[in-house]
Design a protein around this ligand. Structure first.
Ligand code: UTP
Length: 474
């Protein structure tokens, strides 16, 4: 769109404040502002203003007919071992056939961690201080070796961290992965709106834009050509995980096999909530659809409800690990009013400028950010399945600098996992009551990235393995 037409479109949409200081800007600044403005879908902004701001009720989520979602357990949690062994075999078969691609969402801002740089560049392992990206790269490389396939890996970044993410991979030679197997793409952005639905400026020459949420990954996969890329490689199944979860089994044959066997378009892992008020989303059923209700939206009384055996009724906590069918993602990304992810609104402190162009650093929320969540794809999926997974094998996110879900808790969970694997092979490590070994050691994914691969390497060593403090098995 030509410059004049773009400015005109903003004026017609009642958004002319975006260009209020346009004449004061240098040509380069003007070009940058125009480029940002061109990213904005004005019709979408107008619709969101109408639906989310003007027509907002009391903000309460629709709880009518909400029931806990059914889920199926792995053998560790009481599931049928023979059926899971079949699923494992099927998963391995499709991995060997090259039908599976990995997908990491890494476009978040990581505000709570407060780390300067993309979250994936955070050092996490106990001895090598390998970063989150390195851990995933090594798991993917090791699984690729096991299945005799180059496993493609998609990484969604944000405008803010894209360049830093790519350079980090280059500086580290992709940890041995073939660069052509890794594809980075940026997620979309949304402008912040004020309470009147006006697009906010961050400065005279820039719009207050922020990433459109992990749910934005679905349309970004399509818009970036990544779905076509997967198709050209023969990949029809996507293993989705978050950049902050060092423990995740990014290549999980049993989960992949289960998803395919059930002809599911989107499968999810759940962990039983540790306590009623744990801050995770809840898998539920409502009007014959699977939905996730966030902890902030489910009344405390419902979170605390128990069944006859005294267990929490709404027990299935969402941990943001999914398997997705490629064409399901495409269907949602192309969308249409009845198959589109909804936006959620969050009132935040948004640095902006006043009408005279002076910077404003708000101390109270002054604007609205708009985000999509990936779990909102579930109601659109055919045959969605939820499986229970042991938390200790799949989930330990790095969210906060300290306390719960922090680097310290994640590192301890990694150590416990290494110790469990080693003791299962007869290492006889001393553990405290939380399962933490008395020596700090590390299992590089090249040695073992899950229990079976660890067992194979351990048994394959001619000499007995001794685990001293600071040992790295690789
Ligand atoms: P979180 O919801 O934890 O958000 O993201 P965050 O931005 O990383 O951290 P805070 O809330 O600012 O502290 C969960 C996962 O979704 C990704 C993140 O990178 C992380 O892997 N994500 C989140 C995106 O890729 N894009 C987004 O817009 C938001």
């Amino acid at each position: 769109m030509a410059e004049i037409e773009l400015i005109e479109a903003f004026r017609n949409a009642g958004q002319d404040q975006v260009f209020r200081f346009f004449d004061e800007l240098s040509p380069a600044e003007q070009a940058a502002l125009l480029a940002e403005a061109a990213e904005i879908d004005l019709a979408e902004v107008a619709r969101l203003k109408r639906e989310l701001i003007d027509a907002a009720g009391d903000g309460a989520v629709d709880l009518e007919g909400l029931e806990p979602a059914p889920y199926e357990s792995r053998p560790e949690s009481g599931g049928d071992a023979a059926v899971w062994a079949e699923a494992f075999k099927l998963g391995e078969k499709v991995l060997r056939a090259g039908r599976v691609g990995m997908f990491t969402v890494a476009g978040g801002q990581g505000t709570r961690l407060g780390f300067d740089g993309p979250k994936g560049t955070f050092p996490i392992t106990p001895v090598r201080s390998a970063t989150l990206f390195q851990v995933f790269a090594e798991k993917i490389a090791a699984a690729g070796k096991r299945y005799g396939r180059i496993l493609p890996w998609l990484i969604m970044t944000s405008h803010q961290n894209h360049a830093a993410t790519e350079s980090f991979f280059e500086e580290n030679n992709y940890w041995g992965l073939d660069p052509s197997q890794v594809r980075f793409f940026r997620q979309g952005r949304m402008p912040a709106l004020d309470e009147a639905g006006k697009i906010m400026l961050a400065s005279k020459g820039s719009i207050a834009m922020s990433p459109d949420g992990h749910g934005g990954s679905l349309r970004a996969l399509e818009r970036s050509g990544s779905l076509d890329w997967l198709e050209s490689l023969g990949v029809d199944t996507i293993s989705y995980f978050q950049v902050d979860n060092a423990l995740v089994r990014c290549v999980d044959p049993a989960f992949i096999g289960w998803h395919l066997d059930r002809q599911s378009e989107m499968s999810s892992k759940m962990v039983p909530k540790a306590y009623a008020g744990e801050k995770v989303g809840h898998f539920c059923r409502q009007r014959d659809r699977t939905v996730v209700v966030e902890y902030s939206d489910l009344p405390a009384a419902m979170q605390e409800e128990t069944d006859d055996a005294g267990a929490l009724r709404f027990i299935a906590g969402s941990i943001a690990i999914h398997v997705l069918d490629r064409e399901f993602v495409r269907r949602l990304a192309i969308g249409g009013a009845d198959v589109a992810l909804p936006f959620h609104l969050a009132r935040k402190k948004i640095p902006t400028i006043d009408s005279a162009g002076n910077p404003v650093k708000p101390t109270e929320p002054n604007g609205i950010k708009l985000e999509m969540f990936v779990f909102d794809a579930l109601p659109f999926a055919r045959n969605p399945v939820i499986i229970e997974t042991p938390r200790q094998d799949d989930f330990s996110p790095v969210k906060n600098a300290e306390g719960v879900d922090s680097p310290a808790t994640c590192q301890a969970d990694l150590l416990r996992q290494y110790a469990r694997w080693a003791n299962a092979e007869g290492a006889a490590l001393n553990l405290d009551e939380s399962g933490l070994p008395s020596v700090t050691f590390e299992v590089a994914p090249s040695f073992g990235y899950d229990e079976p691969s660890f067992a194979d390497s351990w048994r394959g060593r001619a000499a007995p393995i001794s685990l001293e403090d600071q040992t790295v098995l690789s």
